[in-house]
Design a protein around this ligand. Sequence first.
Ligand SMILES: [Ca+2]
Length: 170
Amino acid sequence: MHPQFHGQRWHTVAYSGFNVKGTAFKFKFKNDNGGQLQLGEIIFYQTQAPQKPASYGTNLVDNHSDLVRINLHDHSARVLATHIVPHGGGTGKEVPANLIDAGEEAWNKWYQASSNQSRVTITMKKPIKVEAIGFKSANDCPHRDPDTVEIKYLAPNYSNAVLANHQLNF
Ligand SMILES: [Ca+2]
């Protein structure tokens, strides 16, 4: 991606070239460096926003500036993770739902400390078209960053398919 950004916090890496409609997107994160995982945000993009993306960030990778962020709250999205941290971690608020919340408050991330792997599922009420997916690191502790992600999606006809496997070089 952008090696010059390696190690920065609240840093987004994005992967484009998709053109899928899904009602659920499933992520399997793995950390090669220990039994913790945290992530600031999972961001979906499409070339046309369902509505004006006024309050959302612009830190999409340079080559994909025609893509805009989808506000998943407009789609009644829900987020589940197979692993969570008890009592929301140090800030008390580090829950999976933060993965669809833009913002850089110290608590605005998902954290778990019980496994080196975890699945995260984002479910929408209706299918959404997705053309790129971004992953934003958390604010601290790079050793908790996921190293790899497998992305699957559930198509409107209920078939599951693997969309991509990526190294995450934050
Ligand atoms: Ca967040």
